[in-house]
Design a protein around this ligand. Sequence first.
Ligand SMILES: N[C@@H](CCC(=O)N[C@@H](CS)C(=O)NCC(=O)O)C(=O)O
Length: 227
Amino acid sequence: MSKRMASQPSLKLYYFNITGKGEAIRLFCAYAGLELEDYRFADREEFTALKADGTLPYGQVPLLEVDKTTRIPQSAAILRYLAKIAGGDLYPSDPIQAARVDAALDQEADAFVGPTVASYTVRFGIELSDSQVDKAAALLSAEVMPRHFASIEAQLKASSSGWIADTKCPSPADFVWACRFGDYLPTKDRLFTPELRDLEAFPACRAFVKRFYELPQVAEYYKRKEG
Ligand SMILES: N[C@@H](CCC(=O)N[C@@H](CS)C(=O)NCC(=O)O)C(=O)O
């Protein structure tokens, strides 16, 4: 794990009061020992106002505000930035290893395009009837997601460290995939079969999720939240 920084920029995360795409960022900061102001919108109107006044560069959250001046959108960019400022081994300095981390991050984005479109249809300019969503869900569970998960399963089996990009310690890619597997998947009963949600056919992915949530800093984060 990374060395604790003697001094760090001030970091404020803007997101909804849900886990979603914000959770990997919150957990990453907890893991790296970065202090984060975890700002959660009180309601959707607050988000809409920031979108309307141009505060959100791409009209989306998560947004990370650094030193009250710089705004970083896009969760993968935020995680890479955090990993770089945290130092240690959290973002590899070797370009090839860094590219592996980047590829696994991009792969996460690709893998979840289908479910995201099926969930937020109109936002993507696609209107789907209930029966069309059901059809998409069947295809996602039977073919699309298993194909994507199989590639992560293979990477984990080949990894000497147990982390997806074969990094010494968990990289940003592990945070986003672990949150997808451990946080997002179990809640999506409209889209995915129980077997897929349980990762039944993917033992290495399952073991990875367990390993991730057992990281002392991650476990401590949830203990603090419960307490
Ligand atoms: N690729 C972006 C996706 C961000 C995204 O989809 N954010 C959603 C919330 S999870 C959002 O801001 N939606 C706008 C809306 O609800 O109008 C990322 O990873 O940060």
